[in-house]
Structures are given as structure tokens and as C-alpha cells.
Ligand binder design. Structure first.
Ligand SMILES: Cc1ncc(COP(=O)(O)O)c(C=O)c1O
Length: 385
């Protein structure tokens, strides 16, 4: 049985050219990028080339890109580094939205315990942040706002137009989590107007364990780790040159094919959506009216029409060789319904009956046909029981 992987929002395989680009930096050019000798200088040069590639891809200066261990560290460092870096001057609140990744929500909560007021903004039924609530929260003069560029469970893209000006106008700094967006939609820090931005390599066919935090030049941000002076003192620790080189190669590959690949993935997503909505009763598409990431489809079975268990659907799909997710991979395994779907107004039972399909390079129209057929078979079988 040929397996179908439809969980690219959880992670992606490393591309062969990425693996090839990284290989010499594990063995031949293994030097410490901080060493003064030739091996160290080679490693340093490769690291700085990787940084320049990533900076160019997001419209930043190389010095504004700090390598981290991934999206989670970038999100945590953004929130923690800003709360430490800003003089509090009586304005101690952090504003975020209810559908953020746990790496942002939990980081904000952690700072809540150290005296910062946390405002979690509601979202609209399509998953986009509620702008009236944002305007009200800004009237209180917050310190930091963290709003993701697109959601990892439903794909809703935050309409960023005007948001940065509104937030800066209120005197706050803006962080965005763009982990799911790099290589899927244009991500340019200047166009977005953000002060900080998180990205991660393993969502774009790069290696796991590396990401980056963009920190706009002049942003009052303080480091959260202490040690040697690597990454200009912003993220100490011996640099992982091989992973940085792989990250840069993956970003180059993703940007080189972005517009064609995004259109191809969106057409596969739409085809599966049509099949599921047409063939199965009670299917609700989460975030259908919002601008959505091209590779992501999230559906729920309306509990009032067609009660269903999301986890059982995933297990049955897996038995038929199909990998999908019942929510964000970072929270799957937990029986809690998705905080994103609850925030969008789904009932707990409907939210628990959800499946996320996320498309990638390996997927074809034949995959969609097979998945559509498998879903029909599984749902009918589960209903008969
Ligand atoms: C939106 C978003 N932010 C952050 C993360 C965490 O990234 P990483 O796995 O690189 O730590 C993820 C991973 O699923 C994500 O989708």
C-alpha cells in the first residue's frame, strides 16, 4: 500500500538538495564558526551566507536575523525578549489572539505570572482576529502585540494591512509568527511592518531543530539566553552551521517555486474540499471565507448533523495508509478539542470531530481521489456502528 502524507503543516521531509548542501558541514567543514583558524573561517562564511539568503527571502538585513532552534524558541524569545527589553513605564500589558500557537500563548501566560496583564483577543468565525477588540485593547496602551500571520490549524491568514500602523500608533511593538507562511505566501517584514517575526526550517523541507527570529534593527529586545557572544550576543551557543545551510537551501528551493506550487496545492485542497462537502453529510469547512493558506484544509463534522470522533477518523485513515491530523500536531495526542476551533465558535463536540489535511510537494490529484474515497468509506462505516 502506497502511503499518502497529508500532514505537511506538522512537518515536511528534507529535500535531497538540502541534505546534500548540509552534508559537508557535518564532516569536512565541521569547524566552529567562532574559531579563528581556516576551518572556523569556512564555517563562519557558510553561516553568514545562509543568514544573508534567509534575510533576503524575508526582506530583512542579515544582521536582523538570529538563528534559533525553531519556531517555538523564536516565539518564546520574541515575547520574553521584548518584555525584558522594554522599560515598563507603567505599561505592562501583552496582547495576543486566542488562536495563536501554544508557543506564543504559553509564553504570554508565563509572563502573566510575572506581573504582565495578558489580553487574549477573540477571533471572528473565519479565524481572523477581531479588529474591534484589537482597537479596544490598543486603547489601553499595551507593550507588545503578538498576532500570527496565518494559523497552523485552519490556515486563516491575518489581513495585516493597516495592523502594524495601528499597533505602532498605540506605541506597542509587533511580533508575528510566520512559521506556516514561509514558502507558501509572500512574507516580507517591511511590507508587513512587523518588529519581530518567527520562522522555522522544518515546515519548508528543511531540517528540524533550526529556525530564526527576525528582530528589526533598533528594537528594544534583550537576550533570553546567556553564554558566549554568538549571534551578536542575542543567542549564545556554538552555531549549528549545517542546519543553517540546510535552512537557507530549503528557503531558496521554496521561493523558487512558490507561486506555481501554491496554485497547485490550492487546487488539490479545493478538489478535496469539494469532494468531502459533496459526498459527506454535516461537513463544515473551517475558515472557508477567510484568505487561507494554499496547502491547508480543515473540516469538522457538525455534531448536530453527523456526530463523529476526530481521533477515530485519523486512526482509520492511518490504517488505510493516509496521514492527516486531528488538529495541530503539537497538541494531538491530547483529548482536548482544538483551542483554535473553539475560539472560532465551534462546539466542543464539533471541534473534536475535525480533520486537518495539509498538502505538499509529494501530493497529486490521485491522492485526493484516494483520500476522498477513503473518507467516504470510513465515515459510512463509523455511522453504521
Ligand atoms: C504557527 C506555528 N508556530 C510555531 C510552531 C513551532 O515551531 P517548531 O516546531 O519549529 O518549534 C509551529 C509548529 O507546528 C507552528 O505551526
Amino acid at each position: 500500500m502506497e502511503r499518502i502524507y497529508l500532514d505537511h503543516a506538522a512537518t515536511t521531509p528534507v529535500l535531497p538538495e538540502v541534505l546534500d548542501a548540509m552534508a559537508p558541514y557535518f564532516t569536512v567543514s565541521f569547524g566552529n564558526a567562532s574559531s579563528l583558524h581556516a576551518a572556523g573561517r569556512d564555517a563562519r562564511a557558510a553561516l553568514e551566507r545562509a543568514r544573508a539568503t534567509i534575510a533576503q527571502a524575508i526582506g530583512a538585513q542579515p544582521a536582523e536575523v538570529v538563528f534559533t532552534s525553531g519556531g517555538t524558541e523564536s516565539d518564546n524569545a520574541a515575547v520574553a525578549g521584548l518584555t525584558q527589553g522594554l522599560p515598563d513605564a507603567g505599561r505592562r500589558s501583552i496582547v495576543t489572539s486566542a488562536t495563536e500557537h501554544h508557543a506564543v500563548l504559553a509564553a504570554c501566560e508565563a509572563h502573566g505570572t510575572s506581573g504582565h496583564a495578558i489580553t487574549v483577543l477573540p477571533v471572528n468565525p473565519d479565524g481572523t482576529v477581531n479588529r474591534e477588540s484589537l482597537a479596544r485593547a490598543l486603547a489601553d496602551g499595551p507593550l507588545i502585540v503578538s498576532l500570527m500571520l496565518a494559523n497552523n490549524e485552519v490556515g486563516a491568514i491575518t489581513p495585516y494591512s493597516g495592523i502594524a500602523d495601528e499597533i505602532h500608533g498605540a506605541g506597542a511593538l509587533l511580533h508575528t509568527d510566520a512559521v506556516q507562511c514561509l514558502g507558501k505566501i509572500p512574507v516580507n517584514v517591511a511590507a508587513l511592518g512587523v518588529d519581530l517575526m518567527s520562522i522555522s526550517a522544518h515546515k519548508v523541507y528543511g531540517p528540524k531543530g533550526i529556525g530564526a527570529l527576525y528582530i528589526r534593527n533598533g528594537t528594544p529586545w534583550s537576550p533570553v539566553l546567556f553564554g558566549g557572544g554568538q549571534e551578536r550576543g542575542r543567542r549564545p551557543g556554538t552555531e549549528n552551521v549545517a542546519l543553517a545551510v540546510g535552512f537557507a537551501r530549503a528557503v531558496e528551493a521554496a521561493l523558487g517555486t512558490m507561486s506555481q506550487e501554491a496554485a497547485r496545492l490550492a487546487s488539490l485542497r479545493d478538489l478535496l474540499e469539494q469532494k468531502l462537502v459533496g459526498d459527506l453529510p454535516g461537513v463544515l469547512v473551517n475558515s472557508c471565507s477567510a484568505g487561507r493558506l494554499p496547502h491547508l484544509l480543515n473540516i469538522s463534522f457538525d455534531d448536530a448533523v453527523a456526530p463523529m470522533e476526530g481521533e477515530m477518523l485519523i486512526v482509520n485513515l492511518d490504517l488505510m495508509g493516509i496521514a492527516a491530523s486531528s488538529g495541530s500536531a503539537c497538541t494531538s495526542g491530547s483529548v482536548q478539542p482544538s483551542h483554535v476551533l473553539l475560539a472560532m465558535g465551534r462546539t466542543p463536540a464539533t471541534a473534536a470531530a475535525s480533520v486537518r489535511f495539509s498538502f505538499g510537494r509529494s501530493n497529486t490529484v490521485e491522492d485526493v481521489e484516494r483520500v476522498g474515497g477513503a473518507m467516504k468509506e470510513i465515515v459510512e462505516r463509523m455511522r453504521r456502528r
